[in-house]
Write a protein that binds this ligand. Structure first.
Ligand code: HCA
Ligand code: CU
Length: 393
């Protein structure tokens, strides 16, 4: 199949966890006002769900959860809790639409975290899930560290909670060890065994978080966890913009439901709240995501941007930039810059200027301002020469 053939992505929802997983990012400290600002912005962007920190974490977390649940946003509000009746009760009292319950199933977590057997886990689920269902909230049950749990244990737990009527089961790659193929296989098997929707939550420790989320969707997952810029515990999870970029190159229609031009504001807002820069290589909103440099690229992009752009900057309210002040530049790009500046130069002049730019750039770094100055002075001397000729005539 040619790689430019678009595939249709099946319906899916984004659960943005910037206000839960994102709060676990080392620099994150969100005030109530900031949480409300982020929740409102994410709602405007159009994510289907927002996941908030466990109200049992602290008194302020509990108040903030109730505040955001009371904002009347279009996004459904979820909170995240341990698989425990005490947590479940408090979660329901905050007025959220749904509760994301999690418990570790890997031998590491069973031994070093909560110390329970698989039978005990199923036993607690039998208390917590019916309570939540009777309270009228959406229920998701996820197995922390799914990728390092034995498949046999995992499926026993998933099938038991499916029987109990959860709305979603969650696969969590808690330490970011899963590969796209592993995620595809695990989610496919799960799809065949449960009726519930399937959520995927993937950490990025080994750089697969976006690819894994995408493969989870291909295998039948219906919900993906993201955070703005991917912030979270350690180096974080699938980023909202990264997932959108991945889906947009495959099926642009699949992300039209979101207010895409808000992505830049979301990334910049979160970056400033947690005191980091938006990374240069960030999907869509990195400063050079739509910058073209080499002369060959620039020429083709000026003819038709799709030659070197899989994503259209205008879909995200952004513009492309052709960088010309360097030794790899080409005369088509230089001519285009002259046109942008409203300068009339012949092709021969543009070619000559290109050679001069290359020679200068070989000696030292150039700025666009310096190149513009060259173009302008060439233009002025050409105009001056033309005026002198006509004065003589
Ligand atoms: C964590 C827990 C979690 C939970 C994911 C989920 C994970 O490490 O704090 O609820 O599905 O990565 O396992 O974020
Ligand atoms: Cu996590």
């Amino acid at each position: 199949m040619p790689t430019n053939t678009l595939t249709q992505i099946k319906p899916f929802s984004i659960i943005d966890s910037t206000l839960r997983e994102g709060e676990q990012f080392v620099n994150a400290f969100f005030t109530t006002e900031q949480k409300v600002q982020l929740a409102t912005l994410l709602d405007e962007f159009g994510v289907e769900y927002l996941e908030l920190t466990n109200p049992m974490a602290s008194p302020q977390s509990r108040d903030d959860c109730a505040t955001i649940a009371g904002l009347g946003l279009k996004s459904k509000i979820l909170t995240h809790t341990r698989c425990h009746l005490d947590d479940a009760r408090v979660a329901v009292e905050t007025g959220v639409d749904g509760v994301d319950v999690v418990i570790g199933t890997s031998s590491q977590l069973r031994k070093f975290s909560h110390g329970r057997t698989i039978d005990e886990i199923i036993g607690i689920a039998r208390e917590v899930i019916p309570f939540l269902r009777d309270s009228g909230v959406e229920v998701r049950f996820s197995t922390e560290d799914s990728l390092r749990s034995s498949p046999e244990d995992l499926f026993r737990v998933y099938e038991a909670v499916d029987e109990l009527g959860v709305d979603r089961v969650g696969v969590a790659d808690t330490v970011g060890v899963g590969s796209p193929r592993q995620i595809y296989d695990l989610v496919s098997q799960l799809r065949a065994r449960v009726k519930a929707d399937i959520e995927f939550h993937g950490h990025n420790d080994s750089g697969c978080a976006i690819a894994n989320a995408y493969c989870a969707l291909e295998a039948g997952a219906t919900h993906i966890d993201t955070t703005v810029l991917g912030i979270g515990e350690r180096n974080g999870i699938t980023s909202l913009g990264g997932l959108v970029a991945r889906l947009a190159v495959v099926d642009p229609q699949s992300v039209r439901k979101y207010n895409l031009p808000l992505l830049r504001e979301l990334d910049q807002t979160v970056a400033s709240m947690v005191d980091i820069e938006v990374p240069f290589n960030n999907y869509i909103t990195g400063f050079c995501a739509f910058t073209h440099k080499a002369g060959i690229h620039a020429k083709a992009v000026l003819n038709d941007p799709s030659t070197y752009e899989a994503l259209r900057p205008e879909d995200f309210g952004l513009t492309r930039y052709v960088h010309i002040a360097h030794r790899l530049t080409g005369w088509n790009a230089v001519r285009s810059r002259a046109e942008q500046l409203g300068l009339t130069l012949t092709d021969a002049q543009c070619k000559d200027l290109t050679n001069r730019i290359k020679t200068l750039a070989d000696a030292h770094a150039l700025t666009l301002e310096q190149v513009d100055l060259l173009l302008r002075s060439e233009h002025e001397s050409a105009v001056g020469a033309a005026e002198r000729t006509s004065a003589l005539a």
